[in-house]
Each structure stands twice: as C-alpha cells, then as structure tokens.
Design a protein around this ligand. Sequence first.
Ligand SMILES: [Zn+2]
Length: 320
Amino acid sequence: MAKRKNVNKTKKRIRQIEVILYIVIILAIVAGTYFGIFDDPFGIIKPDKTGTVTELDDGKFQLHMIDVGQADAFLLRIPDGKSVKNILIDAGSPNKTRPDTIPEYLLSLGIKELEMLVLTHPHYDHIGAAQKVIESTNVKSVMIPDCDHSTKTWIKLLEKIDEKNINVIFSEVGKTLAVGDAEMKILAPSDNMLAGKEVNDYSIVAKVTYGETSFMFTGDAESDSEAEIIKAFPASELKCNVLKVGHHGSSTSSSQAFLNAVKPDIALISCGKGNDYGHPHKETMQKLGDMGINIFRTDEMGTVIIVSDGKTVSRLEINK
Ligand SMILES: [Zn+2]
C-alpha cells in the first residue's frame, strides 16, 4: 500500500514538472517572438527593433509616415485580396544626411517591391533617397509631375528611372488609378501650376480612398494650387479622414478654404526637430487646432502609423 502511494506521488510530481516545463516553453516562445529571436510562429504582430510593424494588421490598410527628419516619405500598404501592394509617396532625405533611412525601413518590413513610387515634385527633401530606393527595391512604376526642372539630382534620377526601364506615369488631374483594393485620384498639379515657376506648386496632390475612408497627400503644394483644387472639385470630393499637411506645415499652405473643404479628422505633419524653417508654422497649427483636428508630427512622435479597416481610421500604437 505504501509502495502504491509512493508511485502515485511520483506520477503526480512528474505531471507537475511537465506542466511547469510547458509553461516555461510557452513563455520562452512568446518572449523569443517579441524580441525577434523566432520568426513569429503564431502570426503575432511584432514590433521590431525600430518599432515598426512587420505584418499587416488583420489585412487593414496602413499608412506609415516615416520619420525622415525635415523631408517627406509616406508608405501605403494596401490590401489586395489576400496580398499587399505597396506605394511610396516621396523618398525624401534632409540635406543628404539620411539617404538610407527609407531603404532600411522598407527592408525591415520585408518590402522588396513597390507598385508605385510617387515623387510629388523635384525638391531634394522629397526625392533625395529615391535613387537608393530604386536601386534596392523593385519599383514597378514611378509617378512624376510633367514639369520642367533641371537640377542635377532630378536629371540624374530621371536617367536612373530610364536606365532601369521603370514605367513612368505623368500625373494628370482627374485621373483615377486602382491600386489593390484602394483607388488613387489625382487632384493637382494643373497645367496652370506646371506652367509657373513655383516648384512647390508642381506637387502632385492625390486622394487615396480605401472603403469609406480617405487620405490626401499634398507634397509641398501651396495655397495657389489649393485654390485651383477647390475650383476644380466639389468639397464632397475633397473631404478626407486624413490630410498630409502641405509643405511640412508651412503657413504658405493649408489655406482656411482648403482645410474647410478637406475637413480632416487627422492631420499628419512631417518635419525635423528644430528645423531652420520653423515648420510647422504657428498659423497652421492654430487653424488645425481651432478645427479640432488630431495632429500627428514626426518631429515629436517619430514614425506614425495610421490604419483603416475601410470604415474608420486610427493610429496604431507601437510598443517600442
Ligand atoms: Zn518639402
């Protein structure tokens, strides 16, 4: 009898050890996944070392405002059935200092192909890293404004695009392109803006619609281009959930009439900490604040990710 008691005791002890071992193994897998040791075996969305997201969040549309300092770079990850199509709007680098930030960001997400690279206008803070992106990623199409510009960086970039045989799409006001499950409509630059001398107003302005949600990208378009957009399109076509604030929040963009037409819930501002231009300007911040718009800015928040399920948009909080 005493022997049997001992056997039962031993069996119980073994079961306890087994349970503890299971718990230790599960904890190790979860910790390993979180810290990037394992390759996310359970499909957990894991923040990597730079705080980015490596998986699409339940197939939702993602907009990444990549922190590139005093420059612009917006990555769109668009669901396409069960896969994803990626668009990069601008590949800026501030003063030749950070040409690798965008290629490294794309690499961290495992992105090897861009459906389209949109270069809003030929200023360095919007195209400075474009050549690196083209060299490190398979870019299927490039969209540019049909402008006359002759800086060395722009010309060299056009030569690179040609050499790589990349399909070139010139922006055309009113044109709509389907990309994955989203749609992109071009709102600017008009022929009038392209005929002028203000390079900022060469900026491609585009509205991207995903389900019932929409996003407007403006490059550095200023109030003259905004005025033409308001004239050409009814406010109902301009209304968006998210507005990329023109020209890094400069007071020369974001006219009250334009903001009234777009009426965004969220404003995105890409600018460098303590930049020489004083962006974003206080006049713009005041207007956005008065309208009760949520403002996200890279100089204070770093990279910001917005997600949409086709009905609502929200900021994706990332654990760093
Ligand atoms: Zn700019």
